[in-house]
Design a binder for this molecule. Structure first.
Ligand code: ABC
Ligand code: CA
Length: 476
């Protein structure tokens, strides 16, 4: 997938070890133990209908390379981020043929594979006993690493790039990515990984821990779309990774204000609307950022908020706004784990229920987004406008998809707001459908639309003439 193809995709993120396992494995998976629970690539391949049933077409899997074995003060390497040898695969997740089979199974269903890649570091159980060796595959020389020091000051960018992540339980020896040997190795490695497993896109770990100069060659060697993790809330800090380094960051700058906007009823929406403007001026192309509410590094939104309407509004935002939407597995199942490791629950305990309210909600959001993309060729590339319609209602105008998100919560009384024709572009007497309720509404003689927000639910609107599969089975 290249950038223009990726724009129309919708990504479902799994932790390979936790999404699906062979049914013959029955051991209990306790998240607090931080151990391998048995998830595999083949088991993912057998649950693709569950994912596509919600309208997702791309699956982001955990890093695939072999990791340090055994246990540590922070458990086992079940998440896949503790690289040992990037030349071999993590046998806990399966064989090379099984990874290829997952790729093929996805492609046979018109779906895509996104693989997580870690190039900043390897892992070791202690910083003092770490010695480069053949066990680390290509990285067996002292010169392949930056000398040991912990990152202790995130405002010191040299330290962020050259010192080590991790702690006394698990050190993450920092690769000398300024060395030509290391850089050449990684450029060749990513070309081969993409080719060997027919990978469609990559998620890049720890982007801000490597100098910007490293990235353009690497992403070109990958030759497919990349979404990179620059874990920072400041748009001025994150912007240059897209503008100069050719990485498409996840939208952490919007993530924090998004959580705060829906983190309770009647929260102030100003911080979010201001950040949307800041993002527009900080990034060359905000429509290529990765939009998310949950992921494996942060407490699930559902760990902060129980109100089902606030949860739906917060989840709607990434789907109805600029950027590529990402949903973290378990959001459809009502998981509410907090900090790592609690946010990495096994999904098999849910029996892959396709009838839950949230499962259907994500299906509606994906259908609405696809319908808008099918109706207008510029839907994905045009930048949205975000404003407030009242103290509790946010207008996300990404025509032809027009959404009204609410912070009033499920016990609120009905509230009326007006979507002006000047924002929606709708003519007089235009019929529009709300993808969430499947109610049909009609604009007035001037094209303005009166919207009643009920139970604080989000309203996701598209003209009925453009609705495609939206509410195909619903009632209007
Ligand atoms: C393990 C344990 C955890 C324990 C932790 C110390 O050690 O499991 O319980 O708390 C992998 C595993 C983790 C594991 C780590 C370390 O390895 O998944 O379970 O944690 O062994 C990526 C991945 C992540 C992965 C790694 C390592 C990197 O997504 O899953 O973790 O390969 C930093 C990095 C970021 C990294 C993240 C975990 O740590 O930059 O790449 N994620 C500030 C810093 C950030 C920092 C963040 C968290 O704190 O600026 O750089 O991320 O430590 C905003 C600010 C931000 C600020 C946040 C907190 O607040 O704008 O700057 O972030 O307002
Ligand atoms: Ca580094």
């Amino acid at each position: 997938l290249d950038a223009s193809a990726m724009r129309s995709k919708s990504v479902y993120q799994v932790i390979t070890d936790r999404f699906a396992r062979n049914s013959s494995v029955t051991t209990t998976c306790n998240v607090a133990d931080r151990t391998y629970c048995g998830g595999t690539w083949s088991a993912i391949a057998s649950e693709l209908d569950y994912i596509s049933g919600m309208g997702f077409d791309t699956v982001w899997i955990s890093p695939v390379v072999s990791n340090i074995g055994g246990t540590t003060g922070e458990g086992e390497s079940y998440h896949g981020y503790w690289t040992l040898d990037p030349n071999t695969l993590n046998s806990n997740f399966g064989t090379a043929d099984e990874l290829r089979a997952l790729s093929t199974a996805l492609h046979n269903k018109g779906m895509y594979l996104m693989v997580d890649v870690v190039v900043n570091h390897v892992a070791a159980t202690s910083s003092s006993t770490f010695t480069p060796s053949a066990a680390y595959g290509p990285f067996s020389a002292q010169d392949d690493f930056h000398p040991f020091c912990w990152i202790t000051d995130y405002s010191n960018q040299t330290m962020v790039e050259q010192c080590w992540l991790g702690d006394s339980s698990v050190a993450l020896p920092d690769l000398n990515t300024e060395s030509n040997t290391v850089k050449q190795y990684w450029d060749t490695w990513i070309t081969q990984l993409v080719s060997n497993y027919t990978v469609d896109a990559i998620r890049i770990d720890t982007v801000k821990h490597i100098s910007q100069a490293f990235w353009p060659d690497f992403v070109n060697a990958a030759g497919v779309f990349n979404q990179g993790e620059v874990l920072q809330g400041d748009a001025a800090y994150v912007g240059p990774y897209q503008n100069n380094a050719q990485v498409n960051p996840f939208n952490y700058p919007v993530y924090y204000p998004l959580v705060r906007a829906f983190n309770g009823t009647n929260q102030n929406l100003q911080e979010l609307t201001t950040m949307v403007s800041t993002v527009k001026s900080s990034f060359n192309d905000p429509t290529l950022l990765g939009s998310f509410l949950n992921n494996h590094d942060n407490p699930r939104f559902e760990s902060y908020v129980a109100d089902t309407s606030l949860i739906k509004n917060a989840h709607a935002y990434p789907h109805v706004s600029d950027g590529i939407p990402y949903v973290y597995y378990g959001s459809e199942a009502g998981f509410k784990g907090g900090n790592d490791p609690d946010n990495r629950e096994p999904l098999w305990t849910t029996s892959y229920d396709t009838n839950s309210d949230m499962y259907k909600f994500f299906a509606s959001l994906n259908a609405a987004r696809s319908a808008a993309g099918n109706a207008s060729s510029s839907f994905y590339t045009n930048q949205m406008n975000v404003s407030t319609l009242s103290n509790t209602a946010l207008l996300v105008n990404k025509a032809p998809l027009i959404s009204v998100l609410s912070t009033s919560g499920s016990s609120a009384a009905d509230a009326s707001v007006t979507v002006p024709s000047s924002a929606s572009g709708w003519a007089s007497n235009t019929k529009v459908v709300d993808a969430v309720s499947c109610n049909e509404l009609t604009t007035d003689g001037s094209g303005n639309l009166a919207v009643t927000i009920k139970q604080g639910l989000p309203v996701v609107l598209i003209a009925s003439s453009q609705k495609g599969a939206v509410c195909a089975n619903g009632t209007t």
